[in-house]
Design a protein around this ligand. Structure first.
Ligand code: UDP
Ligand code: MG
Length: 317
């Protein structure tokens, strides 16, 4: 088999402290992958500068001048991690056979790339890097991050547990991903929808080499909400269920209020007031849920997601 060309895609935002340390590590890694015959000489390390306000872009362009193995992509402004990553991947898929996306802070173990590439050679189109444990994260980060995956799951947004955006994707998987036209793209949730043979590779996550996390709790909450609302309409269905339950409870409540009225435990006017309040509350929530269902339908239509992606035909067997 012809050796594939690999692009390692790395989004960077205000990473001037980290890049000079991690860039040589990425270089060393890609050279070793080439030496092992896992990818060919065309392989590159692609940095995506996500509108950094510091010296990041200068560092990237210097790296590219020094060594042709490095390449940089500059976004017009800061668009956030997900969009920066997507920009890198969409650029790379036109020129290479396989990509591995990773953060530039050295937290994800680059040595997992060897195994990822081996899995690719074994026929996998998507290989997820999954954290085996979170010892190096603070207690707060660990609890909130794991809560994040569980909450997403309850809300109907399927994601790979403890997998961030460290993953290998083949060109055809990226072509599939490109068919998802939605604006609010949440890669961790969308990539599994692309399909094809996939697997996971486990690694231990390190501490950030330098600089600070760009994902404080507020941003993580934002990512979770974005993930849920762009992947699932389950929350709307929950509202409908609550509405039905409320309507039922209010019915029982009315029966009780009427009984209380006739057994003389009430002041005049109380029964009707309580009854109307309970009934209207229940009906309102129920109606909101129904409206929500339709909004949910509109929402999924507007996205124009591909309904299928053809892997191959019998002619190609
Ligand atoms: N990043 C980006 N744009 C942003 C924020 C972050 O490209 O607006 C990049 C950042 O440079 C890093 C990756 O996304 O390579 C993950 O960010 P970070 O390490 O801060 O997140 P954490 O690992 O703490 O969740
Ligand atoms: Mg990080």
């Amino acid at each position: 088999m012809k050796k594939p060309s690999l692009y390692i895609v790395i989004p960077c935002y205000n990473e001037q402290e980290v890049l000079p340390i991690t860039a040589p590590l990425f270089l060393e890694k890609i050279e070793s992958l080439i030496a092992q015959g896992l990818c060919n000489e065309e392989s590159k390390v692609l940095f995506v500068n996500d509108g950094s306000k510091d010296n990041t872009w200068n560092i990237i362009s210097d790296l590219a001048k020094q060594n042709s193995r490095f390449k940089g992509l500059k976004l017009s402004r800061n668009r956030g991690h997900q969009n920066a990553l997507l920009a890198g991947l969409m650029h790379a898929k036109e020129v290479c056979d396989v990509t591995i996306s990773i953060d530039c802070d050295g937290q994800d173990d680059i040595n997992a790339m060897d195994e990822m590439m081996r899995q690719y050679h074994d026929g996998c189109d998507v290989v997820y890097g999954v954290r085996s444990k979170r010892d190096t994260d603070t207690f707060f980060k660990r609890v909130t991050a794991e809560g994040f995956y569980k909450f997403m799951h309850i809300m109907g947004a399927e994601t790979v547990f403890n997998h961030a955006d460290y993953r290998l994707m083949s060109k055809r998987a990226l072509d599939g991903l490109a068919e998802f036209k939605e604006v609010n793209l949440f890669l961790r949730g969308t990539v599994p929808l692309v399909g094809y043979k996939s697997t996971s590779v486990y690694y231990e996550r390190n501490e950030r080499i330098a600089g600070e996390s760009h994902y404080p709790f507020s941003k993580m909450l934002n990512l979770a909400l974005n993930g849920i609302t762009s992947l699932s309409t389950k929350p709307l269905r929950y509202i409908t269920s609550i509405g039905i339950i409320m309507a039922f409870i209010s019915f029982l409540f009315i029966v009780w209020a009427v009984i209380a009225r006739f057994t003389g435990h009430t002041v005049a006017g109380w029964t009707s007031l309580v009854g109307i309040m309970a009934l209207v509350g229940g009906i309102q929530l129920f109606c909101l849920g129904i409206i929500g269902e339709y909004i949910g339908k509109i929402y999924s239509e507007v996205k124009q997601r591909p309904k299928f992606i053809i892997e191959k035909t019998t002619d190609e067997e």
